[in-house]
Design a protein around this ligand. Structure first.
Ligand SMILES: C[S@@+](CC[C@H](N)C(=O)[O-])C[C@H]1O[C@@H](n2cnc3c(N)ncnc32)[C@H](O)[C@@H]1O
Length: 143
């Protein structure tokens, strides 16, 4: 896990304390835009609610970094906002984003899956709670 803020990492460490998988998780403090990690190093990469915080160019760079560090056969999963299905949902979310989250509305139109080569990646997206949220999976095809 990457986060700029030390307190966020401590929070995760506490949550993982009793989890069987904890030893397999790597936590790093730093900027996810440029991860000081080798290519193809991880079986799984997970991101929760980071992309909507980032300006457009950084969204793309972090996405590319998450894929770069995946091993063949590995999966990147991200949980994020998405475009609500109803006009009322979009009206409300638009208001909230305008006030609090200036880069979040791009999550309605930015779809990094469209830019991936299907010969190298398989993808799947689940939309939840009336389209407000997405859980998206990208798997690097095994070599
Ligand atoms: C909405 S919070 C989500 C925190 C946590 N992932 C969760 O789901 O509870 C967004 C987090 O992204 C972190 N963040 C923002 N820009 C970042 C960057 N360039 N690299 C790494 N972390 C970043 C912030 O420090 C913040 O903790």
């Amino acid at each position: 896990m990457f986060d700029l803020v030390h307190a966020e990492l401590s929070h995760v460490r506490r949550k993982l304390e009793h989890a069987r998988e904890a030893r397999a998780c790597s936590l790093f403090q730093g900027d996810a835009v440029a991860m000081p990690l080798p290519d193809a190093a991880f079986d799984h990469v997970v991101s929760f609610f980071l992309f909507h915080e980032l300006p457009p160019a950084h969204k793309r760079r972090v996405f590319a970094e998450c894929l770069r560090v995946l091993k063949p056969g590995g999966t990147f999963m991200y949980g994020e906002f998405h475009r609500p299905e109803t006009w009322l949902g979009r009206f409300w979310a638009n208001f909230v984003f305008t006030v609090f989250e200036p880069f979040a509305r791009e999550m309605w139109t930015w779809d990094p899956l469209r830019e991936l080569d299907p010969e190298q990646w398989t993808t799947r997206r689940e939309r939840l709670l009336g389209g407000y949220f997405q859980v998206t999976f990208v798997q690097r095809r095994a070599a």
